[in-house]
Design a protein around this ligand. Structure first.
Ligand SMILES: Cc1cc2nc3c(=O)[nH]c(=O)nc-3n(C[C@H](O)[C@H](O)[C@H](O)COP(=O)(O)OP(=O)(O)OC[C@H]3O[C@@H](n4cnc5c(N)ncnc54)[C@H](O)[C@@H]3O)c2cc1C
Length: 412
């Protein structure tokens, strides 16, 4: 059966690419071995934050478990590489951040699902003088880079924003941000894509058929073979395998990210919080998501995404230190899954055309930013695919930087 563009993976990235192709009047077929947003894309907190804040030095210090790694001399090269990468990542984040509210309105109209979108400013709260100093410097760095948003919050500001907050909270910084409900958002992308000619089918892709430098079919575990003009690998943590079947394996690392959702006696203020110990994220239904940094980063080697009780307990402890009332919350969900990172704890996506196959594209390694980057990635990849792999000039340097160049490594 001939089916034009085949997108492997119905996570937020595969669905966003299909949606953005559909907006250009181009149909596609998505194939997933599980279901729409069954993996990380259905379990995220799904917020996106002011890009200079995400990508600045602030981001290196929000987690005390990362500090020893960063001070390891062996990590210094990787650290400076990360700093450079982060600057370029700001560009990628902006492509979506600037148009988020308009894009979501259009998406909801096309896909017919309320995605739970709302503004969610995010604070980083310091519990010690040292951290306060780091955050002040971070805000100053964002300002001196020429960005205007963000404010310093004094202890009294925090007390009026967050009734009941511990006096340990010394001050903090606040930046704009947004949030959606991850499953509904991904479903909406998929449904909107379907209305413009996308079909979605269930199946595990286990290999590819090829002719010369082109892939001409994808092979399913059922034995079915589907003809393809172009193939997009949006397979998240499984991209190591899906690229290996094409002769070169994209290096990926797997990270297990988990959180709990709790119900509180009264609604939590509509601001997200980072501390050095974790995150508190008000959710779309007035529940609150708690995430602990204890044991973070939690790299795994065997695709084991099973959740751990330790993580659940430390999330409650983290939140109760700041808000003693959190102890009264009842846990309604413990959820999490595998994220796909670039090697050495890096957050560099791999986006672009496969260097050795004329009609294969890769969109993976979105790390902890799959939602924040979903609009940018969907838009860029759709443009690239629609142009038969010719890179749009407006993102030429960016795609040069993000190109899956490591695919040059041989797997055999
Ligand atoms: C707890 C948690 C919180 C998070 N919070 C945020 C957040 O606040 N903001 C943010 O931006 N990001 C967040 N993330 C990260 C975000 O969820 C991921 O970056 C994003 O979901 C990645 O999307 P994806 O489509 O690349 O991969 P996935 O969602 O993993 O989808 C890949 C899909 O490919 C399919 N697949 C793989 N191999 C095959 C095959 N051979 N054949 C067929 N199908 C295949 C899989 O079944 C899967 O459905 C969070 C993640 C977690 C776990």
């Amino acid at each position: 059966m001939k089916n034009g563009i085949i997108i492997v993976g119905a996570g937020v990235i595969g669905c966003s690419i299909a949606y953005h192709l559909g907006r250009r009047g181009i149909g596609s077929q998505i194939i997933d071995k599980e279901g729409i947003a069954d993996r990380a894309s259905g379990k995220a907190w799904a917020f996106w934050e002011y890009p200079p804040a995400v990508c600045s030095t602030l981001d290196f210090v929000w987690n005390e478990s990362v500090l020893p790694i960063l001070s390891d001399p062996g990590f210094q090269d990787a650290r400076s590489q990360m700093m450079e990468e982060r600057q370029r990542m700001i560009d990628l984040h902006w492509l979506g951040f600037h148009r988020v509210s308009e894009a979501i309105l259009e998406l909801q109209e096309r896909g017919g699902v309320d995605v739970g979108y709302r503004e969610l400013p995010f604070t980083r709260i310091a519990l010690s003088d040292d951290v306060e100093q780091i955050y002040r410097e971070g805000l100053a760095a964002v300002r001196s880079a020429g960005y205007s948003e963000g404010d310093w919050l004094k202890q009294d500001d925090l007390s009026s924003m967050f009734p009941g907050i511990s006096r340990q909270a010394k001050g903090g910084v606040i930046f704009p941000g947004f949030k959606v409900e991850p499953y509904r958002y991904t479903l909406c992308l998929a449904q909107a894509a379907e209305k413009t000619g996308c079909t979605i089918r269930s199946g595990e892709v286990v290999g590819f058929g090829s002719k010369g430098s082109r892939v001409c079919s994808v092979v399913l575990a059922s034995g079915a073979e589907i003809e393809a003009d172009q193939v997009v690998l949006a397979t998240g943590p499984w991209t190591g395998s899906t690229t290996a079947w094409l002769g070169k394996e994209l290096p990926v690392e797997l990270h297990r990210e988990q959180c709990i959702r709790i119900e509180l006696p009264r609604p939590f203020p509509r601001y997200g919080i980072w501390t050095m110990k974790g995150a508190i994220v008000p959710d779309f239904d007035d529940r609150v998501i708690l995430h602990s940094f204890q044991g973070w980063p939690d790299m795994v080697t065997d695709f084991d995404g099973s959740l751990t009780d330790d993580n659940k307990l430390s999330a409650i402890e983290m939140a109760a230190e700041l808000f003693p009332d959190m102890e009264k919350g009842s846990v309604v969900e413990h959820r999490g899954d595998l994220e796909c990172w670039a090697p050495v704890l890096r957050m560099q996506p791999a986006l672009g055309r496969h260097p050795e196959w004329d009609n294969v594209y890769v969109a993976s390694r979105l790390g902890t930013f799959g939602f924040a980057l979903s609009l940018s990635v969907g838009e860029i990849m759709a443009d690239l695919i629609a142009r038969g792999g010719r890179v749009p000039y407006r993102v030429e340097k960016l795609l040069e930087f993000l190109a899956p160049a490591e695919l040059k490594q041989d797997t055999n």
